[in-house]
Design a protein around this ligand. Structure first.
Ligand code: ZN
Ligand code: ZN
Length: 62
């Protein structure tokens, strides 16, 4: 499966919305340090909760 960002390289990391992202484009996304899932940088609903974790993982810690 091709990277959803550059659409050129092979995707390696799973994105929350589906599809995969390559090493090269990884910096364009927020990576949850717990589950390793990628989220859009501006996705504060599902992604970065200010904890380094996504929403799902933040809730699991409570
Ligand atoms: Zn890419
Ligand atoms: Zn997570």
């Amino acid at each position: 499966m091709k990277c959803i960002c550059c659409k050129k390289n092979d995707g390696k990391y799973f994105h929350f919305d589906g599809g995969k992202v390559c090493d090269h484009c990884l910096g364009h996304y927020f990576t949850c340090s717990k589950c390793g899932m990628l989220f859009n940088q501006d996705d504060y609903v599902n992604g970065d909760q200010g904890t380094g974790y996504c929403k799902k993982c933040s809730q699991e810690d409570e």
